[in-house]
Structure formats: C-alpha cells, structure tokens
Design a protein around this ligand. Structure first.
Ligand SMILES: *Cc1c(COP(=O)(O)O)cnc(C)c1O
Length: 488
C-alpha cells in the first residue's frame, strides 16, 4: 500500500514520501505526517535474524513507499557502514540491571548520526526522483550536535552544499572543535556573534525570504533543512527501536512477544516520537517514558495536560534537551486527536499565548531530573558498575528510577543513550569526582579514558590538534549577505 503524507494543519494536499523529504515542511507551516501508519509485514520473531541494514530496509520500505528497493538499499548501505565503530550500529550495553541502547557509535558520537547518516542519501535520491536539478543547500543553525552531524552527513555528497551557523560562545569546546575542523569541499561553517536563538531566527528568515530564494534558484540553488521536522530524519529512527527489541530477545532479557518500556531523553520530541511510531507499527511496547531536564515543559504537559512555555529557560548540563518548544509534539497531537483543525488550533494557541491544554494518551509517562539528579545518576552508576553515562543519558536513567519508584512497573526497560560521555567529558568527570572541577576540556578526554577504561573515540581523538579550517565569525545581521556571497 502506498503511504502518502499530509500536513498536520489542514492543507489536504497529499505528497509522496520523497516529495515530503525534499520539501521538509508543509506549505501551511505544518509538519508532514503519514496518512496511515503501516503495520510490519514480517513475523516479529524473525527480527533477531536481521542485520541492522536488513531491518532498516524492512521498516523503511513500509513508510517511504515511493522509493524503489534499489534506491532504499543504496541509501541504507551508504549510511550504515564503517562510519560506525561497531558492526551492530546500535549496540545494547548492560550495566548492572540496566540496559542502554547506545546510539552514539557514528561519526559525531551523538544520536543525531542515526538519522543524519542516511538523510543526505534519501534527499539526493528524492531530488532525482522529483526532477529537482538545482544544487541543494542545507542551511542549519545549531546549538552543537545537529550542526556537526549534518556536516559529517553532507560532506562531499555530490549535488549538495551545507552551511552551518553556531553561536560563537554557545557551544562546548569539543563541539566547536568538531565543527571548525570539518573537512569537505562543500562544507561551510560560521560563528555568529549572538546566541542560538539569533542564529536560528536568521536562518528561518532566509527559508521564507522569497526574493532571495528566487534569486538563488536562478543561479541553480534550492534550500533544504536537515532538522528533525524533516520526515526523512524521523523514519530512520524507528528502526533502532525494533533493533533494541531484537537484541533484548537475543540476549534472553525478554521472550519474543513480551512488552518492553523505553526511557528516552527528550528535547524536540523526535526520538521518542519514532518510538511511538514503532509501537503503532506493531512493536510490543508498554510505556514510552519521556525524560526531561530542568526545562520540564514535557513532564508538566504529560502529568497535567497543560503545555506552557511561559517560564524561565534554564541552561543545564544536558544542553541538547534545553528546549521549550518541542516541534515534533505537533505530530503526536495530530495522531492522538485525529484532527487537523484541532492541531492547528493548539499550535495557534501556542504561538499566541505560549500554551495549550490537551490530554495525552497513556502510552506515555513523564519524569524529569535536575542538574544535581543528573550528576548523582552518573556517580552512582559509575560507582556500582564502572559504566559511564553522558549527561543526557543520565537524565533518562534518573527519570527511569523515579518512574519505577512511583509506578512499581516491572516491565523490562531500555534506556535510550543519546551521546557518548566523551562529548560531555568535563561535566561527566565533575560528577564522578569533584577534584576534576575546572579541568581543561581536551585533557578531560584523556582522563575519562583512564576512568572509564575505554578508548577515546576516533571521532574526537586529537581534535584540538587538527587544522582549523573554518575561521569565519560574522554578525547576525550579516547572515543573509554571507549566504548570498557563498552561493555564486
Ligand atoms: C538531540 C538530542 C536529544 C534530544 O532528542 P530529540 O529527538 O530532540 O527529543 C537528546 N540527547 C542528545 C545528546 C541529543 O543530541
């Protein structure tokens, strides 16, 4: 059956999966959602025999139905290869009684690699299928993880260029070093004098600047987006929920058919939404436990029904979850309400008053962890087992413990681990021992290697010694001219 995509907000026009990937966002500002959610068409018991790539094919073919088998296998094989430092791609780690789905074995050691390794190939294939002949320019504003993962994904991909803006003082030293040393003739990185919101606002303005778009189209360029509103980022994330289940069954942690829980450290709601899609497609999932940090808008929403961003924005040690507007929640609201009108109404109330009320289904539970909880979690699991979690994963661990205490739910659980501890080594070490307070960020990598008895991932080894390629710093008011100057 062909799956078509439509907007969450009422534009009834149906587009194919490949058109949705090229467009990124619907014309009415809504997000693309599938018009029905397919069920898996293979016996669940078989998944233990599938490789990650085979499973990816079996899942993606059900959703991206206008891609041919050859096209999908080409995209999957190009994405999930030796770029990942383990043949499992998404291995399951065991520490004490806890299970961690490690999604950080790709090139930038954060979970964004799971989707951004394949998106460039999906986009390139989708452009070809739809007769888009212009060069595709990916514009991204980043607070750290997305920018680097997008750069790695698109570097030297024929027919594409990528331009990344990051706040000059708003990313960690390791994140900055990762971006400014990026290779690839089609990559461009610039620091912005301003914060992340300044960069994001300027980039969003360019996406709706029709005059600039027309001018650049004449020169042979079209813009596209690599952030998680693109369905081409969401679909590949469904795969690892099935894969985790297969590994749990293989390890004897569960019997095939048993239900399991997932605890997901959440920001933009993309990761956990993919878990919900997996459940709708037939994966035996009991609860999806949504873990928040101090910016606990989602916890409040899940527990009270009130979504309210009128609050202080708190800078935490899990920066990729420091977010008040979780874009992908819009998709869930659409699926739960079954109504474009209702979704549009909620989104307009969010845009106007910063809040809305809606009762979410009990597929979800919510918990949150403070900065202190996060440090305590890292410390206690390390002391008990020697396993070192990054700060985002630690939020999920702490939230899971709180969930079990309050619910007495004994369903087997997988904690979704979204970053390598090396990416946030300074804070991780600080949690383990206060003597590491104020350690040099690059020295921290060596120390963490000793403490955790693991090797520094190749992705960031000697990162402070690599050649700095991107030195541009610009004012936020100059972003548009900068883009124009780059596309000649
Ligand atoms: C992006 C990110 C998250 C949040 O994922 P969402 O899909 O935005 O909810 C969590 N942890 C890390 C390390 C991330 O990079």
């Amino acid at each position: 059956m062909d799956i078509m995509f439509k907007s969450t907000r009422g534009d009834k026009k149906l587009v194919t999966a490949s058109q949705a990937i090229v467009k990124g966002i619907a014309d009415d500002g809504g997000l693309f959602v599938p018009d029905s959610i397919p069920k898996i068409d293979f016996d669940l018991g078989k998944i233990t025999s599938f490789s990650y790539r085979e499973l990816a094919y079996r899942i993606l073919r059900l959703i991206l139905t206008d891609f041919t088998e050859d096209e999908l296998r080409y995209c999957i094989d190009s994405a999930y290869d030796q770029k990942f430092d383990t043949p499992d791609i998404a291995p399951l780690a065991k520490a004490g009684s806890f299970r961690f789905l490690e999604l950080f074995h790709g090139r930038t050691i954060a979970f964004k690699d799971m989707a951004l390794s394949i998106l460039p190939y999906l986009l390139k294939t989708a452009a070809k299928k739809n007769g888009v002949s212009e060069e595709i320019v990916i514009l991204t504003a980043t607070s750290g993880d997305t920018g680097k993962a997008a750069l790695e994904g698109f570097a030297d991909v024929e027919g594409t260029r990528i331009i990344v803006f990051y706040p000059e003082d708003g990313v960690s030293d390791v994140q900055k070093a990762q971006m400014v040393t990026q290779k690839g003739a089609n990559t461009c990185v610039a620091a912005i004098k301003g914060n992340f919101d300044d960069a994001q606002t300027a980039v969003k303005k360019i996406f709706t600047d029709n005059e600039l778009k027309a001018e650049l189209k004449q020169k042979g360029f079209v813009f596209s987006s690599a952030n998680s509103i693109n369905i081409g980022r969401l679909a590949p994330q469904i795969v690892y929920y099935f894969y985790a289940y297969a590994l749990m069954a293989k390890n004897g942690d569960i019997t095939m058919g048993d239900k399991i829980n997932f605890t997901v450290p959440t920001g933009n709601f993309g990761n956990i939404l993919a878990g919900y899609y997996a459940k709708l497609m037939g994966l035996p999932v009991n609860k999806l436990i949504c873990a928040s940090n101090d910016n606990k808008v989602l916890f409040d929403f899940i527990t009270t029904g009130s979504y309210d961003i009128n609050r202080e924005f708190i800078v935490t040690v899990s920066p990729s979850m420091d977010i008040l507007i979780s874009s992908n929640l819009e998709r869930l609201l659409y699926h739960l309400s079954g109504s474009e009108e209702k979704t549009a109404e909620l989104m307009s109330s969010l845009a106007n008053g910063g809040k809305y009320t809606f009762k979410i289904s009990d597929d979800f539970a919510g918990e949150y962890a403070s900065i202190q909880d996060t440090f305590d979690a890292i410390y206690s699991l390390y002391s008990e087992t020697g396993y070192v979690m990054d700060t985002h994963t630690a939020v999920a661990y702490s939230a899971y413990e709180k969930y079990v205490r309050s619910s007495q739910d004994t369903t087997p659980n997988v904690i979704v681990s979204t970053a390598s501890p090396y990416k946030f080594a300074k804070d991780v070490l600080r949690a383990i021992d206060s003597k590491y307070d104020g350690i040099d960020p690059f020295e921290a990598l060596e120390v963490l290697s000793d403490v955790s008895e693991t090797d520094i991932p190749a992705a960031i080894k000697d990162i402070d010694k690599r050649e700095v390629i991107h030195k541009t710093v610009i004012d936020r008011t100059d972003i548009k001219d900068f883009v124009r100057g780059k596309l000649k």
